[in-house]
Design a protein around this ligand. Sequence first.
Ligand code: CA
Ligand code: CA
Ligand code: CA
Length: 223
Amino acid sequence: MKTLGVQLVCSLALLVGLAPLRAPLLLGAEPASQRQRLSFQHGVNGYRGTVDVEIWAVSPNTCLEGNPNASSDADNDGGESQILMRFEGIVSAAPGRIPPKSTIHSAILIVHAFDEGTTVYLHRMLVPWRRTETWASLVAGITADGMEAKRKPEAFTFGKISASTSEIPFDVTDSVQAWVNGEPNHGWVFINTGANGWDFYTSEFEDVKQRPKLIVEFTPASR
Ligand SMILES: [Ca+2]
Ligand SMILES: [Ca+2]
Ligand SMILES: [Ca+2]
């Protein structure tokens, strides 16, 4: 709205033959809207901060972090699979990052699913974890108990894949707002409620465009 106002005033100034005023001068103490949009995707624009790892009860000591795909499944050949994911370094004063204390308008996590399944919940993780975690190292995987992960899911998918797109969005605005407010970013866990596995491509997948992506719209805090 403010931008529109500036354009109108500048056009008027031109009409009456005045030199157009510069926007900052015109706006005075009131800063122009600084709503911005950033996206984070492993291997794009130098961002390499996505960590995603499946943990699987059937192979409790195997590190699956390097796999190009991951499954969430309450019964994956006889044992549960969960997926941990985080985007490191997204909150920072550095260029191309979200400044601390920003107001988050929206944050959407998009993954490319390739196998339909049952309903999957995304819970915010409450404890740190390493990229080398396994089902055993996390002691029977993750429980959404308010200790390891938040009880209340932040987002979910019914597990379907539409004919037109494999992109599955999760609204993670609350998580990203919490992180820019100073809470530690431990990412999320995908937990499948049923025994039809729901799978997607990870940050190791060869097609960069189909790796997990986080899109954030925000306004930096005024100085
Ligand atoms: Ca990975
Ligand atoms: Ca556990
Ligand atoms: Ca399936």
